[in-house]
Design a protein around this ligand. Structure first.
Ligand code: C5P
Length: 420
């Protein structure tokens, strides 16, 4: 619940700054009080007047303004909030935050605050992927700053990729999840102490993601169309809540998520080895689309066309089931084993059956019928099945894969809060 929460919204420069107006309106519509700091660069994209109109409050911008200092010093400004939300967060402000610079009101307030901080980065894809930004994000994640991952898509600069400000609805959902988790953890005041921002600190997680490639010969393989977006987002979401997270990733075209140790695996057998080496963990989320079969024998040279033009016969062998193996790992079994069920019909019933068959605790069941564009897409509609009974299934609305990941990570945090 965002209602009655005080949010200090820091708006930094960048073309996405105009979305902060909609964000302020939405946060207030959910019952929050919003006070804004607008950086000098931010003020080139939105006017203080529009931001003041939408927050219903004075907009702060100048560190050295005597009036502001007498009305409210930057220390008070940064402390009289339940959450500090930087949206959009440019590469520049993230770098300043990571290095502790205090060159204007926004960065000074961010350095002075004792409250949880969330950032919603927005920048060009190359800037987002740059080693400097990666390192800054890792520093911030290690300091319990919650990152609302940028979205993938076309940018104002014409390039495509990850770096677009997350949708306003996803930012609002992340803020809501943050306060809900804090409330579920029983903190009298979610802003006191760091545990609300990092409820999974001290927990170990392993996540599988992406497809597997099962070689036929040195150049060919059997693969599938999994993009890895959902699994990668889950690993990032668990890490944001403080879990020490290893992501075992099949071959994907995605960058390694921030704050996560990534082990790259090619085949199901590699993936199983990497997951087994990581056990014991508190939570395992098996989101990879593991190939069911591999070639019984892998040719050591490229298989050639034959002169009589008969195609080669490929004999298949069954791959290990990583999820079932983890769920049956005896004293190394994670306390919470979560699997995925991609189904095209009777999604919930099939998901329940899979939960029992695989011996896992929770199943995230999703509808992948043609037309849902879940494979490779950025959105997902899932049901979280936590037991055999009907009231143990939650159906979530259609959400971005990042929002699904954030909700799942919150559910994991709540589970461990209830059963420590
Ligand atoms: O059996 P099915 O592939 O439908 O089950 C899906 C779930 O099982 C997913 O969580 C997937 O990651 C996991 N799985 C696995 N190893 C396999 C096959 C599936 O971990 N060989």
């Amino acid at each position: 619940m965002i209602e009655n929460r005080r949010i200090l919204l820091v708006v930094s420069g960048g073309i996405a700054a105009y979305k902060s107006l909609d964000l302020a309106r939405e946060l207030r519509r959910h019952g929050a009080t919003v006070r804004a700091i607008l950086t000098e660069a931010g003020a080139r994209f939105v006017t203080p007047l529009s931001l003041a109109a939408l927050t219903g409050d004075k907009v702060y911008g100048d560190l050295f303004s005597l009036t502001d200092e007498s009305e409210m010093g930057h220390i008070r400004l940064s402390r009289e909030a339940d959450l500090v939300l930087v949206a959009p967060a440019t590469a520049d402000i993230l770098a300043k935050m990571a290095h502790g610079l205090a060159t204007d009101l926004a960065t000074t307030a961010l350095l002075a605050t004792d409250k949880p901080v969330m950032v919603a980065p927005a920048m060009n894809v190359r800037m987002w992927e740059h080693a400097a930004t990666r390192a800054n994000m890792a520093t911030l994640a290690a300091r319990d700053v919650t990152v609302i991952a940028p979205a993938v898509g076309e940018m104002a600069c014409g390039e495509e990729g990850e770096g677009r400000l997350a949708d306003v609805s996803d930012i609002v959902a992340a803020v809501e999840d943050f306060f809900d988790t804090a409330a579920a953890l029983g903190a009298a005041n979610p802003t006191e102490g760091g545990s609300a921002a990092a409820p999974l600190r001290g927990r170990r997680a392993v996540v599988t993601s992406g497809p597997t490639h099962e070689p036929l010969d040195p150049v060919r393989f059997i693969g599938n169309r999994s993009s890895g977006k959902q699994g990668h987002a889950i690993a990032a979401a668990l890490a944001r809540l403080g879990a020490d997270t290893v992501l075992v990733s099949g071959p994907v075209a995605l960058p390694d998520p921030v704050g996560v140790s990534v082990v790259h695996a090619e085949t199901a057998e590699d993936m199983l080895r990497a997951v087994s080496a990581r056990l014991p963990v508190d939570v395992a989320v098996m989101a990879a689309a593991v190939g069911d079969w591999r070639a019984r024998e892998v040719a050591s040279h490229k298989i050639k066309k034959r002169t009589d033009r008969t195609p080669p016969r490929i004999e298949l062998a069954e791959n290990p089931d990583i999820l079932a193996a983890v769920a049956a790992a005896g004293n190394k079994r994670p306390r919470l084993v979560i699997g995925f069920a991609a189904e095209t019909e009777d999604v919930i019933a099939q998901g329940r059956a899979k939960r029992a068959a695989k011996g896992c605790d929770w199943i995230v069941a999703n509808d992948v019928s043609p037309g849902t564009s879940v494979f490779g897409g950025d959105e997902n509609t899932v049901h979280l099945i936590r037991g055999a009974d009907e009231d143990q299934t939650e159906s979530w609305p259609r959400l971005s894969k990042d929002a699904v990941a954030a909700r799942l990570a919150d559910a994991v945090a709540r589970h461990f809060a209830a059963v420590p």
